[in-house]
Design a protein around this ligand. Structure first.
Ligand SMILES: Cc1cc2nc3c(=O)[nH]c(=O)nc-3n(C[C@H](O)[C@H](O)[C@H](O)COP(=O)(O)OP(=O)(O)OC[C@H]3O[C@@H](n4cnc5c(N)ncnc54)[C@H](O)[C@@H]3O)c2cc1C
Length: 431
């Protein structure tokens, strides 16, 4: 069996290692940090009582249509740690809650009942959205300019009302793609609604890890493939057709997979595509009492976009995607905005004391899925026949997501098996 060296222990590198490891390959994976998971990981911070506690760098969620990510969790025996929810809660300032959930009708009509009952949209908004959904189904495979126009361009073409845009399309898509509607290629918005909302009745169900992200890929899980070895605090310093340089030493495999963020490629000697970043900000808040019993909710009309109930309604995690407006604000101001927003949605915040707060600003969270970006994303092949690329920014057909990263890892792993003359398929088709 050929020996494969992998640079990067994020989901792209790990999924390539799991696929090739289960096919019997010998793998050496080099990760710069002392833990696995890359951007989808957790770490310890000081706890209230002076101890430490583990938090995710930011809440990560998935949908049931993330079939490759779920396959990867299955390979690691971690699939059971993902808890799926059938309800999406939308809250208006003032606290009124609307619930989107599937009913008895088959796809694509499964949301009809709950959609009609949403109180934050009026009948003109709903009629406009219904028309746009029908157009989306029709135009999905026919229109050729969906990567060239923005999602906002398309929504305006479909004469969506301002409230439908702000409270429905923006609310769902900015978090799913981590980019604003006017900066997001329509192709990505189409994919989210097609795969997540229309293609199958259960595909919208939201998966939330019930353990810290890092536990999903704990090194114990890898013992089933003893030929997969991890090297921590081992940054790869250079890459070419002769292999990797690590700690000044040249290391060669039969094949090499580079599963690093795109901005890391050029300093290591590989060309990088001219992609841009979009930031995400996570705000962790600990209160002295229960604020809400909802497991999660999307927050309308304010800066904070999502709330996740991490523990007993007292520890809440808030997320702002495409958070450029927060980039230059000091952390204490971001906490003030978060608490101010929460007061509007959850009256109990007014009586509660904030015990602790932690803000994570990820300026390079994801690549910006802008119009005209798809053609810039490379496939797995490089100028070197034994070096392959992976990473959420490579051409996976998905925006920067955990599913996109795993798809890239499986695609790179397939490319290795093809080059080795023993082709295997790891990638599962989305429906
Ligand atoms: C705040 C935030 C929230 C997000 N929320 C979601 C969400 O809810 N749902 C979702 O699906 N996705 C979400 N994402 C996106 C998701 O985290 C990423 O798409 C995915 O984790 C990318 O995986 P990757 O393996 O491609 O890259 P990375 O995770 O960046 O992995 C690259 C790895 O390479 C390592 N490395 C770097 N340089 C070197 C070197 N020279 N040598 C060796 N190793 C090196 C890094 O330490 C890292 O571990 C979010 C991202 C962020 C930042």
């Amino acid at each position: 069996m050929p020996k494969v060296l992998i640079a990067g222990g994020g989901l792209a590198g790990l999924s390539a290692a799991a696929a090739l490891g289960s096919a019997g390959h010998e793998i050496d994976l080099f990760e710069a940090r002392p833990f696995l998971g890359g951007r989808a990981t957790s770490y310890a911070i000081p706890a209230v009582e002076g101890d430490t506690e583990t938090i995710d760098n930011c809440q990560h969620i998935l949908l049931r249509c993330c079939v490759n990510l779920l396959d990867f969790y299955e390979r690691l025996g971690a699939r059971g740690h993902i808890r799926f929810y059938r309800e999406f809660y939308f809250i208006e300032p003032g606290g009124r809650i609307s619930v989107l959930r599937r009913g008895r009708l088959p796809a694509p009509f499964h949301f009809t009942g709950s959609f009609l009952s949403l109180s934050f949209l009026d009948r003109h908004d709903k009629a406009a959205i219904a028309r746009a959904m029908l157009a989306l189904r029709r135009e999905r495979t026919r229109r050729k300019d969906l990567d060239r126009i923005s999602m906002l361009d398309w929504l305006l073409q479909k004469r969506q009302t301002p409230r439908a845009i702000d409270r429905f399309w923006r609310q769902v898509l900015v978090s799913a793609i981590s980019e604003d509607l006017d900066r997001m290629a329509a192709a990505h918005g189409f994919q989210v609604f097609w795969l997540g909302f229309l293609a199958r009745a259960d595909s919208y169900e939201m998966g939330v890890p019930a353990v810290p992200l890092g536990e999903l890929y704990s090194t114990e899980a890898w013992k089933r493939w003893p030929k997969v070895r991890f090297h921590f605090r081992a940054p790869v310093e250079a890459i070419d057709g002769a292999g990797f340089v690590v700690d000044g030493e040249r290391l060669a495999g039969d094949f090499h997979i580079v599963a690093l963020p795109f901005e890391r490629l050029e300093p290591l000697g590989l060309p990088a595509p001219p992609l841009e970043h979009s930031p995400i900000t996570g705000v962790h808040l600990w209160f002295d009492r229960e604020i809400t019993t909802l497991p999660h909710a999307t927050l309308l009309d304010r800066t904070m976009q999502w709330m996740f109930n991490k523990s007993g309604g007292r520890y809440l995690q808030l997320v702002v995607s495409a958070s450029r407006d927060l980039t230059n604000l000091p952390r204490n101001e971001i906490v003030d905005i978060a608490v101010g927003d929460l007061r509007l949605f959850f009256p109990r915040v007014r009586e509660a004391n904030l015990v602790k707060a932690h803000v994570v600003k990820e300026q390079r969270a994801v690549f910006s899925a802008a119009p005209e970006t798809e053609s810039l994303r490379p496939g797995p092949k490089t100028a070197f026949p034994n070096v392959f690329l992976a990473g959420d920014w490579t051409r996976t057909g998905w925006p920067a997501t955990m599913e996109g990263a795993v798809r890239s890892g499986y695609i790179a792993a397939q490319a290795v098996t093809h080059a080795a003359g023993d082709p295997k398929t790891f990638l599962l088709d989305s429906y």
